[in-house]
Design a protein around this ligand. Structure first.
Ligand code: FE2
Length: 184
């Protein structure tokens, strides 16, 4: 499956444009992370792009979130086990555990994309290019801001060897690079 095919499938399954944007944001953070960690960019980006494919269908059954995506992808002949495992692992509620770096990375990238988006949306201009690292760092330290973006999960980047400061920078820059696509 190439990126265009993945996007077509996302359009079919995820009607909510904001969620599509969240998936693209996670994709670019994962791509940048892979490059930084010396991992395969395409694989990591694909895992980020597809990770919430079933989010609409599993809203009521969080224990299924991730598992259904894996099912759908397999039905379409998708067989990249690394990507499938990472998609499963990004939701601990389905019983999966993180087994390798990409699994930890997708959890951290998922939450960071939420924090960066919230940091842009709180500004009157709602523009990513105006978000500075300093303000992102400040937002990170405010527990009441964007509560859903688990700080613990974001900081887990340190477990795979990336200092938090560097992760915040990398995530912000990656998302700024596709600001148009993210509508921010
Ligand atoms: Fe997500």
């Amino acid at each position: 499956m190439n990126r265009d095919e993945a996007l077509a499938l996302i359009k079919e399954k995820v009607p909510n444009e904001n969620l599509v944007r969240h998936m693209i944001a996670t994709e670019v953070i994962m791509g940048a992370l892979a490059e930084r960690m010396g991992e395969d960019r395409e694989t990591w980006a694909m895992a980020g792009l597809l990770h919430d494919l079933d989010v609409d269908e599993t809203a009521e059954v969080m224990g299924e979130h991730g598992l259904r995506t894996v099912e759908w992808l397999r039905e379409r002949g998708f067989a990249d086990e690394v990507v499938l495992q990472a998609i499963r692992a990004h939701n601990p509620e389905n019983g999966s555990t993180c087994t390798c770096t990409i699994d930890q990375a997708i959890v951290a990238a998922d939450r960071l994309s939420g924090l960066v988006t919230a940091a842009a949306l709180i500004r009157p201009e709602k523009k990513l290019e105006l978000v500075k690292l300093k303000s992102l760092r400040k937002r990170f330290k405010e527990p009441a801001f964007a509560r859903g973006a688990s700080r613990e999960d974001i900081a887990s980047c340190e477990q795979f060897g990336l200092p938090l400061e560097e992760f915040l920078t990398l995530g912000l820059e990656a998302m700024q690079g596709v600001a148009d696509e993210l509508g921010l």
